[in-house]
Write a protein that binds this ligand. Structure first.
Ligand code: GLC
Length: 470
């Protein structure tokens, strides 16, 4: 039976029609990309699978969702005062942040960005952590704070198993990092040891967290209804406030906590095969071209590190099939993995919003190709199809979380380069989430710099929790 909600959803998830001068070519292109467009039935199936994986993960049963306990049972209570540091590793930049708090609100912030070269990102753990410690020391000493005891929140945006608020074992690297000897090690210990080797500051690592957690906590200073933190950037992941009595993995002593932040690690959703029914040949190729293959299935469908590559793989396939850039000979760049970055997809998508094509032409010309009008339409169509699928997939999971969180109003704190720079994701997501949730009220709010500022706020919360236990 077709329910009205499904009709509305069916309408909403349609992409703009592809209009080409040659109808046979149009048909062939639509056929090639058909599996990228999810039907309502498939959307509902993904929704069920997500909810089932969430339940399994939280009950410690085998699941592709880690549902990690962050051991952060409460947000700011406005008593937090003083200076806090944050270290943010795993996003586009590596940053050190100093935050001064008065009554739980930031009154001063200083940030410094550092570049981590690929020889450190892909190598062994000690040089990487020594570099992190050096940046912390330089930052602290430059501000004359070397003799001040500074609590530090360490944002480590990779999957980790948390044993407590300040013990976290790396499960696997993702995105652009791969230092194999850090896997299975406690990253807080690695950082503390590196700071101890220098012994030139009084920095004290009090908490380790994920960027989604930082975003949730930072978002809660902007809107008290924040209960979900979302990152849609290089990688993608979300966390949310879960009822403490539902959480089975809890290694420390409980103190009557009512809620706790759970880091879902949804980038790995489907790594156990539960999402194979949506995997296309394009996704297989995208995975094969990635740094760590056969992992982070969901992230490879949606995040900034991969969306451009998904588009490139489709365009390359259409070109090889003689359906795009016919007669072009300078195809080397388009056929090379990694050449079409996600910011270029956002740029092309801007044309679709404006009804123009100058950005699209500019991007295609960068590949040494002179496009005709039909080529431009195909490229725009492919960018829309891939972006729209990402928006839909993220919305399915967010709607599932909204239904799980028993609150009248929920604000979702979002950060990440893809969300900020893609011209259509936010609007699509608003529409899709409202059609997919069973009537929950929600808002998407931008919580910039959650991974930096949020980590310093978490350090303040951690300090408060520790003092309470003493
Ligand atoms: C990757 C990491 C996850 C992080 C996300 C966003 O998925 O595994 O921990 O939250 O990227 O940066």
């Amino acid at each position: 039976m077709v329910v009205p909600a499904d009709c509305a959803l069916h309408e909403a998830i349609q992409v703009s029609p592809l209009i080409l001068s040659d109808d046979v070519r149009r048909q062939k292109i639509e056929n090639h990309t058909a599996k990228m467009r999810l039907s309502v039935a498939t959307v509902r199936k993904i929704q069920d699978v997500f909810i089932s994986e969430v339940n399994k993960g939280i009950h410690q049963q085998p699941s592709s969702l880690q549902m990690e306990n962050t051991y952060i049972p409460e947000l700011l209570d406005r008593t937090e005062e003083g200076l806090y540091l944050a270290l943010d590793l795993g996003g586009t930049n590596f940053r050190v942040v100093l935050l001064e708090l008065a009554h739980g609100a930031p009154i001063r912030q200083e940030v410094k960005k550092y570049h981590i070269g690929s020889e450190l990102r892909i190598g062994s753990a000690i040089p990487l952590f020594d570099f992190l410690a050096k940046c912390v020391s330089d930052f602290v000493i430059a501000r004359g704070l070397q003799d001040v005891e500074l609590p530090l929140g360490f944002t480590f945006s990779f999957p980790m198993i948390q044993h407590s608020l300040d013990v976290a074992v790396l499960v696997t690297w993702t995105k652009t990092f791969n230092c194999p000897d850090a896997v299975n090690k406690d990253v807080v210990k690695l950082l503390r040891e590196a700071l101890d080797r220098r012994a030139d500051t009084k920095v004290k690592v009090v908490a380790v967290l994920n960027d989604t957690t930082g975003t949730l906590v930072q978002g809660s200073t902007l809107d008290p209804n924040v209960a979900i933190g979302l990152i849609l950037g290089t990688g993608s992941n979300a966390c949310y406030l879960e009822r403490a009595d539902r959480v089975e993995h809890w290694e420390t002593e409980r103190h009557g906590e009512k809620e706790v932040i759970i880091d879902i690690e949804w980038g790995a959703f489907g790594d156990n095969g539960v999402l194979d029914f949506i995997k296309t040949d394009f996704d297989r190729e995208n995975d094969a071209n990635s740094l760590i293959v056969n992992s982070f299935t969901f992230e490879k469908y949606i995040s900034g590190k991969y969306l451009g590559e998904v588009v490139r793989v489709i365009l390359a396939r259409l070109t090889k099939e003689g359906l795009l850039f016919v007669g072009e000979t300078t195809l080397h760049s388009l056929l090379t993995p990694g050449t079409l970055t996600t910011d270029l997809v956002s740029k092309i998508e801007q044309d679709s919003v404006d009804g123009g094509n100058s950005n699209t032409k500019e991007v295609i010309k960068k590949f040494g190709i002179i496009p005709d009008e039909d080529d431009i339409r195909v490229v725009q169509y492919v960018c829309e199809v891939a972006s729209n699928r990402a928006a839909l997939l993220v919305s399915i999971c967010l709607a599932g979380l909204l239904d799980r969180i028993d609150k009248e109003q929920v604000a979702i704190a979002v950060d990440g380069s893809l969300y900020k720079h893609h011209p259509r994701l936010e609007n699509w997501m608003k529409r899709y989430i409202s059609l997919l949730t069973s009537g929950r009220q929600f808002k998407l709010i931008l919580a910039e710099d959650g991974s930096g500022k949020g980590a310093a706020l978490v350090a303040a919360i951690a300090q408060r929790l520790q003092e309470r236990l003493q």
